[in-house]
Write a protein that binds this ligand. Structure first.
Ligand code: FDA
Length: 392
């Protein structure tokens, strides 16, 4: 069947691209191999979809080409998506740091996108596997699918990243990119819990579930948010954020007391409570189990008055510059995003069109643009999908 635009992948970016192109009067076919569209949207934000972040700027994204995301983000902003959400009567709230969530369910976001696609005349084919893609001699693309062939002058690759393979993630978009002469930058899991092993894991054993605020640092990146000890390592928003910057061999450090001057505080507690033991004092700042473990593994526990004026500053320094020796990450099985992907240097930043193959577009996570935790990845999916939808 002949159409104007074929979109491979009915996720966040693919649906946004399809509805945008459809509104322009283009005949659009979405080919989704899973049995329903938007599975990642459904599972996102704990079932409530953190659908955007009102503070989105290009600085919230990682990419080998940091300027690439600017144009699309500037032209399709959080308020544009919020307007569509409001027009559909979907109630939302701000959780923290500009993160907007549905009051009720992520299902509402998928329903909204599908309704907008239907209004724009977009044909959505689910459970439809792509068998092959080829460029046609006179221009355009032929896509063979399990539901028959499709041809169109424009082909949009919106197949997402590799995270959560059980939800339909594949490396198909990267293969297609290579087929048409694009570079694919090495991929790895991002926004993912870190694992610990050996004695590093033993030190945190039995602390699973303990959570407290930290400042996590890796190179120039720094995130102030909660840390959560898990059975296999560390998680929580601060760790998920910093995981996108960490790679084996890179130094990762935590400030365990980000909101206070640790040395001044310990010296103050020493003069106010000289008979109190260190673990009791640390228990004022940390969950009891962690305070206790600090004094079992890392610090000698004794009454505050017995610490010399060299020992307390030493403890304070350690608390403010706490090394984490991660053995790896939990990988794509639990990662929220995939770092790396189609090299943006071969793609137009205004239209998302390939510079190698006219009429071929890449949108969303398949590109080497990865957002922080907090609604930025969806904002990139909407913005890049919209940019391509205006051109395809
Ligand atoms: P997406 O993965 O959404 O869609 C790709 C689509 O292509 C899928 O439907 C897939 O089945 C389909 N596909 C793949 N290969 C195919 C093939 N060969 N043929 C046909 N179809 C194919 N972000 C955020 O901003 N806020 C949040 O709250 C969350 N929460 C969150 C939770 C969890 C658990 C995960 C895993 C991820 C998030 N994210 C998030 C990240 C966010 O989900 C992600 O960045 C976007 O969904 C990316 O949108 P895309 O459209 O690029 O890919």
């Amino acid at each position: 069947m002949e159409t104007d635009v074929i979109v491979i992948g009915g996720g966040a970016a693919g649906l946004m691209c399809a509805l945008t192109a459809g509104r322009r009067g283009r005949r659009v076919h979405v080919v989704e191999h899973a049995n329903r569209c938007g599975k990642k949207i459904l599972m996102s934000g704990g079932g409530r979809c953190n659908f955007t972040n009102t503070g989105t700027t290009p600085a919230n994204f990682l990419s080998a080409n940091p300027h690439f995301c600017k144009s699309a983000l500037a032209r399709y902003r959080p308020e544009h998506f919020i307007a569509m959400v409001d027009a559909h009567g979907i109630a939302w709230h701000e959780k923290e740091l500009g993160q907007l969530f549905c009051d009720e369910s992520s299902k509402q976001i998928v329903a909204m996108l599908l309704e907008e696609c239907a209004r724009a005349g977009v044909v959505v084919q689910v459970s439809c596997a792509v068998e092959s893609v080829e460029a046609m001699a006179g221009g355009g693309y032929r896509v063979r699918t399990s539901q028959g062939p499709l041809t169109a002058p424009s082909l949009v690759v919106a197949t997402g990243g590799l995270s959560i393979p059980s939800m339909g993630a594949t490396g198909f978009g990267y293969e297609l990119a290579r087929q048409f002469g694009h570079e694919v930058l090495p991929t790895r899991a991002g926004l993912v819990p870190l694992t610990l092993s050996g004695k590093h894991q033993e030190h945190y054993a039995e602390l699973a579930g303990v959570s407290f605020p930290v400042s996590a640092r890796c190179g120039k990146a720094r995130f102030d948010n909660a840390l959560l000890v898990t059975h296999r390592g560390l998680s929580g928003p601060s760790i998920l954020q910093i995981s996108s910057y960490w790679e084996p061999g890179r130094e990762l450090r935590l400030d365990l007391l980000p909101d206070r001057d640790a040395e001044a505080w310990l010296l103050e507690r020493q003069s106010a409570k000289p008979a109190a033991e260190l673990k009791t004092v640390l228990g004022e700042a940390f969950p009891q189990r962690f305070a206790q473990r600090l004094c079992e593994v890392w610090f000698a526990n004794k009454p505050m008055r017995q610490y010399t004026h060299r020992e307390l500053p030493d403890i304070a320094r350690k608390l403010a510059d706490w090394p984490i020796v991660a053995s790896g990450t939990e990988g794509y099985r639990t990662a929220e995003v995939t770092l790396g992907g189609v090299d943006t240097r071969g793609v137009s930043s205004t239209t998302m069109e390939s510079m190698r193959a006219p009429g071929l577009y890449f949108v969303g996570e398949v590109l080497d643009v990865t957002g922080w935790l907090g609604g930025y990845n969806f904002q990139w999916a909407w913005a890049s999908g919209h940019a391509a939808g205006q051109s395809a």
